[in-house]
Design a protein around this ligand. Structure first.
Ligand code: ADP
Ligand code: ASP
Ligand code: MG
Length: 550
């Protein structure tokens, strides 16, 4: 069984829904399909919430627009009978939503509970549509209610996934005899039995929990890009999809700003070593990104450059901090008590300052929490009140190979320096999976692009050649490749590497390449007796990218 999750853009129009139907229809295994709300719907519901709680009755027209969009896309997909049933169901959902928002409008207040209740309607409506479309086109389609399978509980004042309760419920209730099971992502039930959600972008998480609990063979995340890119495609034009990533690398990339996959979604499937495939609904033949155990092994030390915006820096400084044990732990306890997440931490070795990067929206609260904790030290003049600076971004470079290669951070910093980007703080995780720098928000594009170009555009493309036959033509080809190597590198950033040569008597395969003017005698002296079947097998087992057999 496979779990396939389709994001907002994948279910956002009649055309993309047709593509989703084809993808699901072409699967040979049992499929559990998890759907997000239509793209933009959750944002519109948040807008309606804000309007209603602020006493603005135009929340009602937001609902009209949402209803209209669902009906209009359904109109392009469903036959008359199904469309009339679908319209009836959508009107029912919109009516209930209107009632809840009217209550919020009258009270003038939103709670986490009422907000989750409203936001959950986006997924309820898209599920209604996907169920109707898939049932019309495919056999044996059944609906499952994720609110009976995904549970949350309060942790640090917030609704968080309750994995064990969810796992038990999924094992108990997920239908196993249907070819296609359709479910809503994002929505869940709280410990008290109220509607809750897994947070924005959380449909990936729903799918991951189902895949993990049900022991799926794989989790496929179908979205609007062809995988996890070397940088956000919206920021770096020359970013490209990464073929393979380890779970740890993917976690790091997604924690540090790549919105393409909800970072918490990796853990549950990693525990069971279920592979994750990120695929493009709009280009289903593209390979996508495979996330699995172990590192990819190919490519450079740096896998991706990511960024997080809307960051502020909070610093605690003072002569009275040096050598005093427990300052840092008190600071982090104070933040934890107020449920504030520190994204990056640096401490100068003089121990006279600690600087943390946090979400900008938490800035004032963080300063209050810190000033409260250090009240007596501040009164005594040993530390200064927390300093808040806004308008920053974090840029991170991620890759498992960084711990084996020297000079990665130097290369990144000099690229930033050459491009005039000022670095305000630096941190390297002890896992050496990640080096992060804090830059001005206005510099983030330049910073991501200059680091990206430094590590990715400078890399020569390697073409690997296997050659059978070193008569006149074969030998002339080898001579030309070797002679013009410099030209191809400087003109085309392309390196031709001759990996294998076979003639009627000897054959030689070297993964690092065969080069130098003595190549012919090298093959004759170091080579083995020719067996073209073995030569071919070795070529396939090396499995190098960009291979040409001549
Ligand atoms: P979905 O609605 O399918 O869940 P999201 O909008 O949540 O899709 O995530 C996909 C988007 O993530 C892409 O359109 C892309 O702009 C953005 N993104 C940011 N960083 C990256 C990255 N490194 N690789 C791929 N996509 C990224
Ligand atoms: N619809 C929700 C959101 O927009 C969940 C998701 O799409 O993953 O955040
Ligand atoms: Mg998403």
């Amino acid at each position: 069984m496979k779990v396939l999750k389709f994001g907002g853009t994948s279910v956002g129009s009649a055309e993309s829904i047709r593509a989703v139907t084809d993808i699901i229809g072409s699967q040979s295994d049992q499929v559990v399909a998890v759907f997000s709300a239509m793209s933009g719907t959750t944002d519109r519901l948040e807008e309606a919430l804000l309007k209603a709680s602020g006493g603005d009755s135009s929340y009602s027209s937001v609902l009209d627009e949402i209803e209209h969009r669902h009906l209009s896309e359904a109109g392009k997909l469903l036959n008359a009978t199904d469309l009339s049933e679908f319209s009836h169901n959508i009107s029912g959902l919109i009516m209930r939503l209107r009632n809840i928002l009217e209550g919020i409008f009258r009270i003038g207040e939103v709670t986490r509970r009422s907000s989750d209740m409203v936001l959950s309607y986006g997924e309820l409506m898209s599920l209604e549509l996907m169920h109707a479309v898939l049932s019309e086109r495919l056999d044996n389609v059944s609906l499952a209610d994720s609110r009976e399978m995904i549970f949350t509980r309060i942790l640090n004042g917030d609704e968080r996934l309750d994995y064990h309760t969810s796992e038990e419920a999924i094992i108990r209730t997920l239908p196993r005899d249907k070819r296609v099971v359709v479910m809503a992502g994002f929505i869940a039930t709280s410990a008290k039995g109220y509607p809750s959600t897994l947070g924005r972008g959380g449909s990936d998480f729903s799918a991951a929990v189902i895949a993990s609990a049900a022991g799926a063979s794989s989790l496929e995340i179908w979205t609007d890009v062809s995988g996890i890119y070397t940088a956000s495609p919206a920021i770096a034009e020359d970013a490209f999809p990464i073929g393979k990533l380890s779970y740890a690398e993917a976690q790091e990339i997604c924690h540090f700003g790549a919105k393409v996959l909800y970072p918490l979604a990796i853990q549950p499937v990693m525990l069971k070593q279920i592979p994750i495939l990120i695929k493009n609904t709009f280009a289903p033949d593209d390979k996508g990104t495979l996330i699995s155990k172990g590192s990819s092994g190919n490519g450079g030390a740096v896998k991706a450059v990511t960024s997080i915006d809307n960051i502020c820096l909070v610093s605690l400084t003072g002569g009275g901090m040096a050598g005093v044990v427990g300052i840092a732990s008190r600071l982090f306890m104070a933040l934890a008590k107020h449920n504030i997440n520190a994204i990056l931490i640096t401490q100068a070795s003089s121990e006279q300052s600690i600087c943390i990067a946090i979400n900008q929206k938490d800035g004032e609260r963080a300063c209050e929490a810190i000033d409260g904790e250090f009240e007596s030290e501040i009164d005594a003049g040993r530390v200064r009140p927390a300093l808040l600076e806004k308008g920053f971004s974090i840029v991170a470079i991620v890759g498992e190979g960084m711990k084996y290669s020297v000079g990665v951070s130097g290369q990144a910093f000099s690229a930033l320096g050459r491009n005039g980007v000022n670095i305000h703080a630096i941190a390297q995780g002890s896992s050496e999976l990640n080096i992060s720098v804090v830059v001005r928000g206005s510099d983030v594009r330049k910073a991501v692009n200059s680091i990206h170009q430094e590590f990715f555009s400078a890399v020569n493309k390697v073409i690997n050649i296997f050659l059978a036959g070193t008569g006149n033509v074969g030998s002339a080809l080898v001579e030309q490749i070797l002679k013009r190597a410099g030209y191809f590198v400087s003109e085309y950033k392309t390196e031709f590497r001759i990996i294998g040569i076979a003639n009627s008597r000897k054959m030689l395969v070297r993964s690092e390449g065969i080069s130098g003017p003595e190549w012919k005698s090298l093959v004759m002296e170091s080579g083995r007796s020719t067996d073209l079947e073995v030569f071919k097998e070795e070529m396939f087992s090396l499995n190098l990218p960009n291979t040409i057999f001549v």
